[in-house]
Design a protein around this ligand. Structure first.
Ligand code: ADP
Length: 435
C-alpha cells in the first residue's frame, strides 16, 4: 500500500509539473512550441491534448501502446474549474468489472485564453511495478518462512534434547529398576542443564540410600543370625542330652542371654527410630556422672584389656546432673564401644567429664585409626558404617543412638578425628549441677 501510494504520488507530481511546463510554453510561445516540447520529452509516456474553448481538439499526443483507451472520452468530458483530476477507463476495463482496472489519469487545466490543456498517464506501468514487487515479496516470504520453520524445528529439536535424555533416564530407571542411569550434563549453566544436574544428584542420593538400606538389612540379618543360631544350638543340645535339670538350667540361661542380645539390638533400632521421630521418653533422675562413667567403663574393661588397649578415666570433681541414667550410660557405652573397636593394640582411650560454662562436657578420646574427613559428616546417620566399620561387628546404629539420646537431653555431640591419629567425641549437656 505504501509503495502504491508513493508511486501514485510520483506519477501525479510528474503530470502536474509537465502540465505547468506545457502551459507556460503555450502561454509564452504558442501551440507549436508546446508541440515541440512534447515531442522532445514525454512523447512515449504522456498523453497530451490541447483543446480550443469549444473543447475541439487542436493537438493530441497519444502514446503508441495506448490502444486500450479511447481519447474521445476526454473530448466529451465536462469542464469544471481551472485544475481538475479525472480518469478514463480502457475499453476492456469498462466492459468487465475488474477490481482495480487500468486507468488513464488526467489533469486538465483551463488556460487564460480559454484553451484547455490535458496531460495524462496510465496506471499500467505502476501496476506492473507493484505486481513485480508483490511476486518478489511473496517469493522472499515463502523462502523466509521455509528457512524460519526449518530453523525453528531444528532449534526446538536441539533445545529439547536434555528433556529427551531426562525422559530416557527416567524410563531406564523405571524399566530396569536400577538407579545407575545418569543424564549427561553440558555445563551450559542453563535451566535444563541445572535440572539434569539436580536429577543426577537426586538419583545419587536415592541410590546411596537404597544401598545403605540394603547393607543395613544384610547387617541386621547377619547380626541376628548369630544369637539365634547359638540359641537354637543350646536348646537342641539340651534336648538331645540326657534329662538333667542342671544342664537344662544352664541351657535356658544361655538361651536367655542370646535372646537378650538379639533384643538389645532390635531395641536399639527402635530407639533410634523413636528418637529420630522426636518421641524418645526420658526418665529423669539425679545422676552421679563418675558412677555412670565407671559402670560404662566396667562393661569394656575386659575387652580392652584383652585387646591391649588402656582406658584412663579423668574425673576432676563430683558431677551430679538430672538425666535419664540408663540412656546416658548407653550413649557413653556406645562411644567407648567404638573407641575399643577402632583402636588397635597398644592404643589408649581417655574418658572424662568436667563442667563448662553452659553445662557439662563428657569426652571420649582414643588413639585409634581415626575417621576419614569425607566420612565424618555421615557417621551420625542411622545404619551408616564407615569403611573401617565394615570389618568390625556392628550395625551403624551406635552413633545415631548417641546423638538421639544427647539431643533428647537438649544437648549436642561433636566428633573430631585425624585418620591414623585417633578420634575424639565430645558430648555437651546443658543442665548440670556440681556438688
Ligand atoms: P558401627 O556399628 O559401625 O560402629 P557407629 O554408628 O557406632 O556404627 O559408627 C559409625 C561409623 O563411624 C563406624 O562404622 C566407623 O567407621 C566410624 N567410627 C565411629 N567411632 C569411631 C572411632 N572411635 N574411631 C574410628 N572410627 C569410628
Amino acid at each position: 500500500m505504501l509503495l502504491s501510494s508513493s508511486l501514485e504520488q510520483k506519477d501525479k507530481e510528474l503530470i502536474e509539473s509537465q502540465l505547468k511546463l506545457y502551459a507556460s510554453r503555450y502561454e509564452s510561445e504558442g501551440l507549436p512550441a508546446l508541440i515541440k516540447e512534447v515531442e522532445a520529452g514525454h512523447k512515449e509516456s504522456l498523453y497530451v491534448r490541447v483543446a480550443g474553448p469549444e473543447n475541439n481538439t487542436l493537438f493530441q499526443n497519444v502514446p503508441l501502446d495506448w490502444g486500450d483507451f479511447d481519447p474521445k472520452q476526454l473530448e466529451t468530458m465536462p469542464v469544471k474549474g481551472d485544475w481538475q483530476w479525472s480518469h478514463v477507463l480502457g475499453a476492456v476495463e469498462q466492459e468487465e468489472l475488474i477490481p482495480d482496472p487500468d486507468r488513464l489519469e488526467v489533469l486538465s487545466a483551463t488556460l487564460p485564453d480559454g484553451a484547455r490543456l490535458q496531460v495524462g498517464k496510465t496506471t499500467e506501468a505502476r501496476k506492473e511495478v507493484l505486481e513485480y514487487f508483490q511476486q518478489t515479496s511473496a517469493l522472499v516470504l515463502v523462502a523466509v518462512l521455509a528457512i524460519g520453520l526449518a530453523g525453528g524445528a531444528l532449534l526446538a529439536h536441539r533445545s529439547l534434547r536434555p528433556v529427551r535424555e531426562l525422559t530416557g533416564a527416567i524410563r531406564s530407571v523405571r524399566e530396569t529398576g536400577k538407579l545407575t542411569a545418569r543424564v549427561p550434563t553440558r555445563q551450559t549453566g542453563d535451566e535444563l542443564d541445572e535440572l539434569a544436574g539436580q536429577f543426577n544428584v537426586l538419583l545419587e542420593t536415592i541410590e546411596s540410600l537404597v544401598n545403605r538400606m540394603r547393607s543395613a538389612l544384610d547387617n541386621i540379618a547377619h547380626e541376628l543370625r548369630t544369637p539365634m543360631t547359638r540359641l537354637r544350638g543350646s536348646a537342641e543340645m539340651a534336648l538331645r542330652s540326657n534329662p538333667d535339670p542342671q544342664a537344662y538350667r544352664q541351657a535356658l540361661t544361655d538361651c536367655l542371654e542370646e535372646a537378650e542380645q538379639a533384643l538389645t539390638m532390635l531395641n536399639a533400632l527402635m530407639d533410634v527410630a523413636e528418637a529420630e521421630a522426636g518421641a524418645m521418653k526420658l526418665e529423669m533422675e539425679e545422676v552421679e556422672l563418675s558412677a555412670l562413667i565407671g559402670s560404662a567403663v566396667g562393661l569394656y574393661e575386659h575387652v580392652a584389656e584383652e585387646k591391649g588397649v588402656a582406658i584412663e578415666i579423668t574425673l576432676p570433681e563430683r558431677i551430679v546432673l538430672r538425666a535419664d541414667q540408663r540412656r546416658l550410660r548407653q550413649a557413653v557405652a556406645n562411644l567407648l564401644d567404638n573407641a575399643v573397636k577402632y583402636t588397635p593394640a597398644g592404643g589408649r582411650i581417655e574418658i572424662g567429664a568436667h563442667p563448662e560454662p553452659q553445662g557439662i562436657q563428657i569426652l571420649v578420646k582414643d588413639t585409634g585409626i581415626g575417621i576419614p574427613a569425607e566420612e565424618l559428616p555421615n557417621i551420625w546417620d542411622r545404619l551408616y558404617r564407615g569403611e573401617a566399620g565394615r570389618s568390625q561387628r556392628g550395625l551403624g546404629l551406635g552413633l545415631s543412638l548417641v546423638r538421639a539420646v544427647v539431643q533428647a537431653h537438649k544437648g549436642s555431640v561433636e566428633a573430631h578425628s585425624e585418620p591414623g591419629q585417633g578420634s575424639q567425641f565430645v558430648i555437651h549437656l546443658p543442665v548440670a549441677s556440681t556438688g
